[in-house]
Ligand binder design. Sequence first.
Ligand SMILES: Cc1ncc(C[n+]2csc(CCOP(=O)(O)OP(=O)(O)O)c2C)c(N)n1
Length: 338
Amino acid sequence: MAKGIGIDRRTLLWMYETMVTIRRFEEQCKREADAGKLSGMHSSVGQEAVPTGICAHLRTDDYVLGNHRSHHHCIAKGVDINEMMAELLGKVTGTNRGKGGTMHIADIGKGMLGANGVVGSNIPVTTGAALSAKLKGEDTVSVVFFGDGASGQGALHESMNLAGIWKLGVIFVCENNRYAEATPFEYSVAGGSIAARAAGYGFPGVRADGQDVLEMYEVAGEAVRRARAGEGPTLIEAQTYRYLGHFGADNPLLYRSEEEEARYRAKDCIAGLSAHILEEGVAGEAELSAIDERALAAVTAASRFADESAFPEDRELFADVYNDYASGRFTRHAESGA
Ligand SMILES: Cc1ncc(C[n+]2csc(CCOP(=O)(O)OP(=O)(O)O)c2C)c(N)n1
């Protein structure tokens, strides 16, 4: 673990509770999927430290965008887990009134501009959000999370170039969990380092231990400071691991070893932070257990909330989906009479 020097107690305990909440949420999602209540989802278990260490520095008006594996990004950015669980189950109380599902959760009010099932697609959108902030003279930071597989998309390189020349307040965060579906990082990423690519665009690229939330916090602190100060972008390559298969139903042992899985699980981000908190006397066992219980209770309540919520009515099908901006006939859900 990094030393975590200077991180206050409130932040440490927030990071602990956020990571535990993400894990309990993902475990509940797997149960919902196994019960046939949702068709499947990309679990972020094992990767909790990456968005947690970064979002610990963000304000509500900062922007986060994600990818197909984004439950952890949403929770770390403060999206309500009741609404998230309802969204996953297609209920009308969901973040997107049940029309987005697991890969398209968005909550503009919380600064979560959206997950996205199209690999790499949110990288230029985030760069655009950062450009908009710059043109408006705002110091908001825009963060995009994407995988090692997405790092081969041309959109990343075009975005890094524009962000570099315009010194945009964007942070490109690659969650390198070593596999894009079943394709190993070593096979698909030329040069062996995603972080090193930033040098070609004239801004810092940093490789960090994505299973160490204190290191993530430290690296993100500098990236956020640069972005707010108008000094330009940063690329962070967080080395992490997804404990489960790509989409839940697949068997990861067809392309990786039990020994490798055990090695990463031994460096678990929650266990690491818990040990740090206890060793440094930040909190005792009883306080951490109380947080564990609170996180579990919140996730259980979210599941109940989703179960008890209604599905959208048929007449809602086209509300908030198509809009004709050009003709001025733009309708919001509330105005559509649905
Ligand atoms: C443009 C596009 N190509 C292919 C896919 C199919 N696909 C979905 S997830 C995925 C792997 C993405 O890997 P990575 O970016 O490393 O993210 P991870 O799943 O490891 O979090 C692929 C190829 C897609 N959704 N979009």
